[in-house]
Design a binder for this molecule. Structure first.
Ligand SMILES: [Zn+2]
Ligand SMILES: [Zn+2]
Length: 244
């Protein structure tokens, strides 16, 4: 038996590109047979609905709104909802999924957007956060191709974003990167913006994840399986079992 989790999810409350609300996402993932989701909306330095002119406390409150709405619906339906975000590092616009940190961390660090990536990485990891480079080789008009991902400043890489053959994400290059650097944790994520893709990606475990820290520990222990194109695979992308 597998417990399935979406690792890369956007809500329309916080992400400008988001189509579905947190509550709609929860209903879709419950229906798709998942145990939980990690809400990873675009950070205020990314494609975010929040005005940068607001006081930092207010920006933080608004940044958690998609998560909080999802969490309320998750409680009602029995789906576990966790908080994370997708930090954009400008000017290269590389995107980093950040897990295991909460509002208290954000409130204590109002200068997060001004930090060079090296400092962001150091601060996040010092505080127990987990940093995953999302779709490191994506080509799109808003993002630069990152020829040299900063492998020492990250904990892992999203080897599979959206679909395995997704033309803009060049997932095969992300796989190569992970194989070259075995210390990197491997995850898969749908990067879902609208409920129609629910069930495509994520990670799975043979046990239920109890907390953000437990998620990090489980990944570090190598207990994660990948959900790729709706099917569960091992860490090499080999099919374990047909998804139901
Ligand atoms: Zn987006
Ligand atoms: Zn994303």
């Amino acid at each position: 038996m597998f417990y399935k989790y979406e690792t890369h999810l956007h809500t329309s409350e916080v992400s400008k590109c988001g189509v579905s609300t947190g509550a709609e996402m929860v209903r879709a993932y419950k229906k798709a047979g998942y145990t939980g989701i990690f809400v990873t909306d675009h950070f205020v330095n990314g494609n975010c609905t929040i005005s940068r002119k607001l006081p930092w406390e207010q920006q933080v409150e608004l940044m958690a709104r998609g998560y909080e709405n999802a969490r309320a619906e998750g409680k009602r339906l029995g789906l576990d909802v966790f908080f994370g975000w997708e930090y954009s590092h400008n000017p290269y616009a590389a995107d980093y999924l950040t897990y295991n940190l909460g509002k208290d961390f954000l409130l204590a660090h109002p200068d997060l957007c001004k930090l060079p990536f090296r400092s962001y990485s150091k601060l996040v990891r010092k505080n127990g956060g987990l940093l995953i480079h999302a779709h490191p080789y994506r080509t799109a008009d808003y993002i630069y191709y990152e020829p040299n991902p900063k492998v020492n400043l990250i904990d892992g890489v999203e080897v599979n974003n959206t679909r395995s053959d997704s033309p803009h994400n060049h997932n095969h290059l992300a796989w190569e990167l992970a194989r070259e650097h075995p210390h990197l944790i491997r995850i898969s994520g749908t990067d879902i913006h609208s409920t129609v893709r629910a069930g495509l990606g994520g990670v799975a475990f043979r046990y239920r994840i109890q907390s953000n820290q437990h998620f990090v520990d489980a990944l570090r222990a190598g207990d994660g399986y990948l959900i790729i194109d709706g099917r569960i695979t091992d860490q090499e992308g080999n099919l374990v079992k047909e998804a139901v």
